[in-house]
Design a protein around this ligand. Structure first.
Ligand code: Z16
Length: 833
């Protein structure tokens, strides 16, 4: 079809494209047009929802043009492309981002005002795209923003879940999960019913002899599920580059119904089959840092990986290059081990379908892939039973065994007679049942492996992947410290602060070169600047206070210190340490005279975050926070001095409101457990200080902003092992202040003590694995320092300004450039306008 349209005709068409709007009046016309035609409504009953739809469609039209041109440019120039494979993309809302990146938010604001709307209300209509759990998924979203903003030819590949992460409701203090049906109306995706891939499952492998006498494997039988592409445009900031995020949706192959069955009167089973196929992309697994080994999850992984690789190979083949150029044209990054089957799938394609020799194929494969590890927690490392892989993907299991065989042969040569080494590094764990270790497969099949913060990258080299450092040498392992996009997390989330910063940094250049923030440093001692700064923080706190009032009914004082911990609920992140600390603070206040109390600093402790539905202990923690809040918040003796808020359904759009409103945020994981953390960066960038442990990226944040601008406490990663050992085999005495907290809980102050006994027992009787008791004293001492420091507002605000000035390193742009240089070997595609 494409070829049949003569070139001059095509060129004429593209010259004559309808021009999209460039100002307020043009925007209004487009909104009216979309309301009246696309939405088939009248302007007389255009409500906020219709105004959101029409505004989105107007901006979408603009994006489509840049998007098409970007794809044309990338095809024409045919330089190396990056493919970011991630099971999660936690995108949040798209409209505000599109308006800012395209640079026409003011036009839209004015136009909407003319039509009788406030732009914030219209933006607020959008449902978050929440196809991720937490840090890993949001990192992928920040990376897409940076890749486009820096003009890299890049694609994201993921799954189009019908249900993203569940919505959290809090009922009687407990988490209740509600399905997140988000696809009702989504103007940001484009179904590509012409871009489909048939994906095979099950079946068996037979051998055949080819013309040249060699044998080849044939995978046949089983069942076919169809993958359909849905494309989402990813606009770069202040550049015409608009990249593509391709999400795969599953459906039964062979159309709507199996007509054979249908005609035979077996209507029900033909519909059932269709539903079974659609199940593959139905739901995001809601676990953060935990793998549960479910068959459907493995199906999701292969479905997505096979469709993506087919697409990538198809695109490569269009260029008519030889296979020896594949790795010069294609870089594929594995976001955690979830897409590791891509390694096996590419080897299968090259070997079985393209007929390359094993060694030639394997060389291409290892040059193509890079693997990012995001955790050292053993419960999060993926392993699949050999039997399950055999049943679902028989040919892939053979290839995995061959990869392992050749790998172990090279290890054997380098470490003769070291059976233990072979057992430890093997891709197959010789357990009952045998397991495929996905991290080992990912390491063996990639040319680079990276961790996500310095401490984490050191830890993987000395603990979980130690043997692989011996096998491959240290150069295969590297660090790329995480970053965040300053567009969403400063400019969009905190427009007033962004504007104030721009006024001192010579304009908006810092949004593309975050190191320019250092120009702020000179103003930290400027009293007038500090006043403006503090006024913006206060206004952001007022906004959060209103939200808190709306959703919880609790009145909080915006002049209080806002102390925030929002992230997934997990024992290693230690929300229990925080809430025990809050109880201790409450007891201290209760023990004071009225006079003494008057001298205390008012605080609001804000919590938010989801517990995995099957994570019982995390749910107990949520319950305790709510139980404590409901007692303290109505204690009239305490009043404004302490409030405890649990904000339900923490997500990206709520983070955009919460980060700018925090004075202090908590990043208090047991040292050595949080690979990086990224909200720590968001909070500091928005002018808040951190209380935290020496863990993940906190360490590098400290190095950048200076020790005097962060409140660090607690034991170090290097001491954790000994402490745990002492808990289990020596004497384990619990901190006396913490015992008082336990006593209060056990006395029934916060409701039935039995509800919380497991949380207490975890510390007292089950080895206190997360070192809550060991760190409690230093945690409370450090909170006292926070109070003291906050009293001196001039000094506090200068600390905040100085910190922001030194945050340049934590842009995801820096991070993406490091991947591009050190791992992908790709260059930006310069746009000539
Ligand atoms: C996840 O969000 C992370 C790790 C992981 O193995 C699985 C999931 Cl779903 C997080 C890390 O916990 C966090 O420290 C890190 O900042 C983030 O990934 C991005 O690297």
């Amino acid at each position: 079809v494409e070829a049949s349209i003569p070139e001059p005709q095509r060129a004429a068409w593209s010259r004559n494209q309808i021009q999209s709007f460039t100002d307020k009046d043009g925007f209004e016309k487009e909104v009216v047009r979309h309301v009246e035609t696309t939405l088939a409504r009248s302007m007389f009953n255009c409500d906020e929802s219709a105004a959101y739809s029409a505004t989105s469609l107007a901006f979408r039209d603009r994006l489509i043009k840049d998007w098409n041109k970007t794809q044309q440019r990338q095809t024409y120039r045919d330089t190396k492309r990056v493919y970011y494979l991630s099971l999660e993309f936690l995108m949040g809302r798209a409209l505000d981002n599109a308006m800012l990146n395209v640079g026409l938010k003011d036009a839209a604001k004015g136009g909407l005002a003319d039509l009788g709307f406030r732009i914030e209300d219209i933006i607020g209509q959008e449902h978050d795209a929440a196809l991720g759990n937490g840090g890993l998924g949001r990192l992928a979203a920040c990376f897409l923003d940076s890749l486009a903003s820096l003009n890299y030819p890049a694609w994201g590949y993921g799954l189009r879940y019908r249900y993203g992460i569940f919505k959290q409701e809090i009922i009687d203090g407990y988490q209740v999960e509600v399905p997140d049906y988000w696809l009702d109306f989504n103007p940001w995706e484009f179904p590509r019913h012409d871009v489909t891939v048939d994906i095979q499952f099950f079946g068996h492998v037979s051998k055949t002899t080819k013309d040249d006498g060699k044998t080849a494997a044939i995978w046949e039988g089983g069942e076919i599920v169809q993958a359909v592409a849905y494309d989402v445009p990813i606009p770069g900031y202040d550049t015409p580059t608009t990249n593509n995020l391709r999400l795969w949706s599953s459906k039964a192959s062979g159309g709507e119904f199996d007509f054979q069955k249908f005609n035979n009167g077996d209507y029900e089973s033909s519909v059932a089959e269709q539903q079974r196929a659609e199940t593959i992309s139905a739901v995001l697994y809601p676990n953060d840092n935990l793998e549960r080994g479910k068959e459907l999850r493995l199906k999701q992984q292969y479905f997505w990986v096979a469709a993506s690789l087919y697409d990538i190979v198809r695109r490569f083949k269009k260029s008519k290059r030889g296979w020896n150029e594949f790795a010069d044209q294609v870089a594929i990054q594995l976001n955690d081990t979830h897409p590791t089957l891509a390694i096996v799938e590419l080897q299968r394609i090259l070997l079985d379908i393209e007929g390359l020799e094993w060694d030639v194929a394997w060389d291409i494969v290892t040059k193509t892939f890079g693997y990012t590890n995001h955790t050292v927690l053993p419960e999060a490392l993926e392993k699949w039973p050999v039997g399950l892989v055999q049943y679902l993907l028989p040919r892939h299991l053979q290839i995995i065994y061959d990869i392992n065989l050749y790998f172990l042969q090279t290890v054997e040569k380098a470490f003769p007679k070291d059976r233990d080494m072979l057992t430890r590094v093997s891709i197959i764990e010789e357990s009952q049942p045998k397991m495929v270790r996905m991290a080992h497969l990912a390491i063996v099949g990639s040319h680079k492996v990276n961790g996500v913060a310095e401490l984490h990258s050191d830890l993987i080299k000395t603990t979980i992947f130690k043997d692989f450092v011996e096998v491959y040498g240290p150069d295969k392992f590297t660090n790329v410290t995480n970053g965040i996009t300053p567009r969403r997390w400063l400019h969009q989330a905190n427009p007033r602060l962004s504007e104030l910063i721009a006024s001192k940094c010579g304009g908006n250049g810092f949004l593309k070169d975050l190191t320019q923030l250092n120009r702020l440093e000179a103003h930290a001692k400027d009293a007038a600047f500090r006043r403006e700064w503090a006024e913006i923080k206060y206004a952001n706190k007022v906004r959060l206070a209103k939200h808190i009032k709306n959703v919880t009914g609790v009145t909080v004082n915006p002049a209080a210190l806002f102390d925030v911990q929002v992230k997934r609920i997990h024992e290693y992140k230690r929300q229990q340490l925080n809430i025990f600390g809050v109880i201790h603070r409450y007891l201290t206040l209760k023990g004071m005279s009225v006079e003494e109390r008057k001298k205390q600093l008012p605080r609001v402790s804000v919590f938010g975050g989801k517990a995995a539905p099957g994570y019982w202990m995390a749910k107990q923690i949520i319950h305790l926070i709510n139980a404590v809040g409901s007692v303290i918040n109505k204690d009239e003796e305490i009043g404004d001095l302490l409030k405890v808020i649990f904000l339900e359904d923490y997500n990206v759009s709520k983070a955009e409101m919460i980060c700018p409103a925090s004075d202090l945020s908590e990043h208090i994981s047991t040292a050595g457990t949080e690979a990086s953390g990224t909200s720590n960066m968001k909070f500091v960038l928005n002018g808040g200080l951190i209380i935290g442990t020496c863990d993940g990226a906190n360490i590098e944040i400290t190095r950048e902003i200076g020790e005097s601008n962060i409140f660090l406490f607690g034991n170090l990663a290097e001491d954790v092992e000994d402490l745990r050992h002492a808990h289990n085999y020596g004497s384990h005495s619990i901190d006396s202040d913490l015992e008082k907290v336990f006593g209060t809980i056990e006395s029934g102050t916060f409701g039935t003590p039995h509800d919380f006994s497991a949380m207490i027992a975890a510390v007292r009787h089950h080895g206190d694995y997360y070192l809550v008791s060991d760190d409690f004293h230093s945690y409370m001492e450090t909170h006292r320092l926070v109070d003291e420091s906050y009293r001196n507002q001039d000094e506090w605000v200068s600390k905040c300004i100085t910190s922001v000035a030194r945050m340049g390193f934590f842009s995801s742009d820096r991070c993406i450039n490091e991947y591009a240089d050190g791992i992908w070997n790709v260059e930006p595609l310069v746009v000539q306008e």
